[in-house]
Design a protein around this ligand. Structure first.
Ligand SMILES: Nc1nc2c(ncn2[C@@H]2O[C@H](COP(=O)(O)OP(=O)(O)OP(=O)(O)O)[C@@H](O)[C@H]2O)c(=O)[nH]1
Ligand SMILES: [Mg+2]
Length: 205
């Protein structure tokens, strides 16, 4: 067993203790290049505030959050992996068992959107569940004066992806502009992923 395997196993065990109280327990994984804001979004969603300095995630980290949505009690085990290229091999182990993904890019660095196909492919190849739903977050929207991406291009891309995923896999792709700094759209996007996952799971049963 590698350290990653042990960590995943420990999290699973922790989870198993008390999932009887929830209607749905999902493992969701944050995806995207280094410094796009994955950890900041997770912290913000967990109510842990915002840090200005950048401390790259090493390997992975995770949080557990429970909430109620549309009358369902949901538990999210949120995995926050290291986006820097040097962690590429290590992070694959953390993708295993994921029910959904949150792809994050930084609106001030266009290159961080171009990697989306690589991320989703790497993710799906390692979930052991095949293609699972993802949402797309255009993060750091508070830095709108430094925007370096074309939102029309992203919107078109998401529309095409949405159509393709609906036809091939039966789930949609939703897109949000977020800020981990101000909190804009952060909870809304996690909740929307929960709705998609519930729908997906219910349809499959
Ligand atoms: N202005 C602004 N800065 C942000 C936002 N989100 C993250 N940051 C900053 O961007 C830097 C990187 O954020 P992280 O959350 O550590 O990025 P990460 O994606 O977890 O990076 P890795 O762990 O290396 O993969 C930090 O300095 C954050 O303060 C945001 O919405 N707005
Ligand atoms: Mg991080």
């Amino acid at each position: 067993m590698t350290i990653a395997d042990e960590q995943v196993q420990a999290a699973e065990n922790l989870d198993l203790k008390d999932v009887s109280n929830v209607d749905f327990a999902f493992k969701v994984t944050l995806l995207g290049d280094g410094a796009v804001g994955k950890t900041s979004l997770r912290r913000r969603y967990m109510g842990e505030g915002f840090k200005r300095y950048y401390l790259a995630t090493i390997g992975a980290d995770f949080s557990v959050k429970r909430f109620t949505i549309d009358g369902y009690k949901v538990q999210f085990q949120i995995w926050d992996i290291a986006g820097q290229p040097r962690f590429r091999e290590v992070r694959r182990a953390y993708f295993m068992g994921s029910d959904g993904g949150i792809f994050v890019h930084d609106i001030t660095r266009p290159n961080t959107f171009r990697t989306i196909t690589d991320w989703v492919t790497e993710f799906w190849n390692n979930t052991k569940k095949g293609p699972v739903p993802i949402i797309i977050l255009s993060n750091k929207i508070d830095l709108i004066q430094q925007v370096a991406v074309d939102f029309d291009v992203i919107e078109d891309y998401v529309k095409q992806l949405n159509q393709r995923f609906l036809e091939n896999y039966g789930f949609p792709v939703k897109w949000f502009k977020t800020s981990a700094r101000t909190g804009e759209n952060v909870s809304i996007s996690f909740e929307e992923l929960a709705r998609i996952l519930i729908q997906h799971k219910t349809n499959k049963i």
